[in-house]
Design a protein around this ligand. Structure first.
Ligand code: GDP
Length: 363
């Protein structure tokens, strides 16, 4: 499953947010393959369309696609030089597909700030600097290993060397690798290294519960900063999220109504993560199960089928596909067929968000 790593300075609200994540944990029985480790929280990707599908099909079970959040402790100033938990966090964070940075945007005299004051941009830059230093160290190590191959005039080694030097120069300018433009081949080389700043970022601004309905100055600063980098900002109050995650459905709805919010901050974060990861959703549905599945934008029908089972990709023949929008508008699969909205698609078909699929395959 795709993973989002949660980082941030101490006392910014990471654990509070992570509690909210683990409280809203998915029903384990539905997700037998989910890795349940203490620092990993599996959450369902909220999608009203799945509930609507379940109603229309009368499916016994509803299984939502998930993403995982990983609590990455120990990232403080100097971590790349071994301060705090130092390099221990690096192994955890390397495996993740995106980095979610929690930023303190609340004043509270009783909660110490490790840097002595609340200053979100300074905090972000402390974290980003550590991530850049970690990347510089990884690149340096790799370049040293490449040296002998370079001497042997190995073409691939030369190419890899050039890509890494390009990255190194970018980092020297104090820039994150996710802002470096690379061609497809260069990206392929880089994807093997799991460099931290080459992953997409999401900034989570954590505010006091009485400031959730507005954007305080701290929040505005982060918004302006993130906009330049092209990354999402999600505003939450970690405390509210923790309370919401402990409430039952009725209390929760009443609470959200009171806040004038349509969804929880956690739901907004999950959706932002989903988008940041370039994911879209397709569905399968029948009397037994309504199921949402995530796929990378641009995937072909056989690749998307392979997400359910690798045999589905190998033996893919064709698929009956219609968009969930047509089903919702027409009310039944029968009506979708009668109105000519169900299409037979082959191997070349590029999947679209909201497709409802019935795959046909050879075993
Ligand atoms: P971490 O070190 O980043 O994991 O931070 P914690 O989640 O442990 O939070 C540090 C302290 O800040 C705790 O006492 C939390 O209750 C408090 N805290 C977290 N979020 C908020 C918030 O939105 N507003 C206020 N006032 N306090 C918060």
């Amino acid at each position: 499953a795709l993973q989002v790593g949660i980082v941030g300075l101490p006392n910014v609200g990471k654990s509070t947010l992570f509690n909210a994540i683990t409280n809203s944990k998915v029903e384990a029985a539905n997700y037998p393959f989910a890795t349940i480790e203490p620092n990993v929280g599996v959450v369902e990707v909220p999608d009203k369309r799945l509930d609507q599908l379940q109603t229309i099909f009368g499916s016994k079970k509803r299984i939502a696609t998930t993403i995982e959040f990983v609590d990455i402790a120990g990232l403080i100033a100097g971590a790349s030089k071994g301060e705090g938990l130092g390099n221990a966090f690096l192994a955890n964070i390397r495996e993740t597909n995106a980095i979610c940075q929690v930023v303190r945007c609340f004043d509270n005299k009783d909660i110490t700030h490790v840097e002595g004051s609340v200053d979100p941009i300074r905090d972000i830059e402390i974290i980003n600097l550590e991530l850049m230093l970690a990347d510089e160290a990884s690149i340096k190590k790799r370049l040293e290993r490449l040296a002998s191959k370079m001497r042997a005039n190995d073409k691939l080694a030369k190419f890899e060397h050039d890509v890494l030097v390009k990255c190194q120069e970018h980092l020297t300018k104090n820039l994150l690798l996710n802002s470096l433009t690379l061609n497809e081949e260069e990206m392929k080389i880089l994807s093997g290294f799991q460099l931290l700043t080459s992953k997409p970022f999401i900034y989570v601004v954590n505010v006091n519960d009485d400031e959730i309905a507005m954007d305080n100055d701290y929040v505005k600063q982060v918004q302006a900063y993130a906009q330049k980098q092209g990354f999402a900002v999600v505003k939450i109050s970690a405390k509210i999220e923790e309370d919401l995650s402990e409430a039952d459905a009725e209390e929760r709805d009443a609470f959200l109504h009171e806040l004038g919010a349509e969804q929880t901050g956690l739901e907004a974060l999950i959706q932002a993560a989903y988008q940041t990861l370039g994911l879209q959703t397709y569905f399968t549905a029948g009397p037994q199960e309504a199921h949402s599945w995530q796929f990378k934008k641009g995937m072909s029908a056989p690749q998307a089928a392979g997400i359910i089972h690798t045999d589905f990709e190998r033996g893919f023949i064709k698929a009956d596909i219609y968009n969930v929008k047509d089903l919702l508008a027409l009310g039944s699969e029968k009506a979708v067929k009668e109105n000519g909205k169900m299409r037979l698609e082959g191997k070349q078909y590029i999947m679209q968000d909201g497709d409802v699929c019935f795959f046909k395959f050879n075993v």
